[in-house]
Design a protein around this ligand. Sequence first.
Ligand code: GAL
Length: 503
Amino acid sequence: MAVTVLNTLLVGLLATGVEAVSNGLALTPPMGWNNWNAFGCDVSEELLLSTAETIINLGLRDLGYQYVVLDDCWQDVNGRDANGKLQPELSRFPNGLKSISDQLHSKGLKYGMYSSAGEMTCARFDGSLDHEVEDAQSFASWGVDFLKYDSCYHMGRIGTPQISFNRFKTMSDALNATGRPILLNLCNWGEDYVHTWGMSIANSWRITGDIYDSFTRPDDLCGCDTTISDPFCIAPGTHCSVLFILNKVAAFADRSIPGGWSDLDMLEVGQGGMTDEEYKAHFALWAALKSPLFLGNDLRDMPASALTIINNPAILALSQDPHGRSVTRVRRDVQGVAKDEWGMGETQVWSGYLQNGDEVVIFLNAGGEDIEMQVTLAEIFIPFGPGGSAPHVKSDWAVHDLWAHRMSEETAEALMAAATDERRAAILKDVNWYNATETPFEEGLRNNDPRLFGEKIGEVKAGGILKAPVTSHAARVFRLRRIAKQGETFKGKSIDRVAKDEL
Ligand code: GAL
């Protein structure tokens, strides 16, 4: 039955010709929580279930954070059992893994797990290389909905796109053969040009070494040139800053499409190493770049400011926009930008088209001084035609600030302190907070739900320039909304249809 449903879906997807891998999953970027950034190997049933509880209590499930993902180190140190099956460490998972997925499913959440396309995982537990079929069956039998599939200890099966592709495809095929829809979150850190083939077999693919909790600081452990967009670097490593990851993805940000997303790695919001403005910028860029959005902090013990970043529905609506295309970088300035404490200094403008014809524009100031940034409409709309030829340039645009209606810290604190479901529901109702379980983002956007559109702060006239002050190490995030003139047409079509039809 599941296979038939999947096949029907598959035919539907191929017919439209725009989706990636054919398992019908992740038509918008997946959202959830993963334990790795905050807890590393310190995993347990208690951690997963208490975090799941918090996800629900704080209203995060109802904003789309669905997947609870158990990363590395869940296995028994003695390896596979007598029948060759992977097994969990019972002192940490005393009731087994199926019990966890059952509990998550009963709460409307989904369950994710981790393995590696190598003889060992990165933390040196048994890997799934050459055990793909039996391990996929184990994951399916445990009710797993998501597999993060790493690349450590690959036994030399790397070095060309074909070799890596085949190694990962074996697991992709094995998961599909189980008949259970399991989202494949490929993690080979950008090696072997994964941005050119990941979408054929996986729902997302990591494009860099591991993120760390710093906005711009270069670190030798994150190999490759940190000042250029270098898709071909080797030794991806760890300790990659937010700026490094942005510069890496810039050259192929347009590769993500519904069903297959470039993974910029899990979020650091709330971990403590960045300022509030840096976390806002990190979060908004990850959302607009359509990265999978996996919270990486301890949700049970976080500052109120972190909650008010990750629960902003106007930013989440960028991530979950049904059009499913990433912003691209239309401008980058390095010359003349003041350096920050790490010797880094640049500004960037990212923009992208949204399903309803709106345009998201992000000003990123990764320099050492507060400045005014600006960009012309002609540059914003370059993807629709260079040199100001895009029809959009001839329109006036209303400018909406998407952080304008961020939840107050008082409300967030009250929510975190509330002891009962009734009290929490009352707090969220009081501030009229968005609930994507009740009203999916697609519907809210279609109906112009004001909670998804921030606050109008100005206008840009046809042919004009968008300007805004941006403090050092911060981003401004705008949604531009076309101010349509009565009867306005382009090539005989209503102006509001132009962008979509011409993509
Ligand atoms: C790394 C991966 C991390 C984490 C870690 C676990 O390779 O990039 O996100 O999963 O392995 O050992």
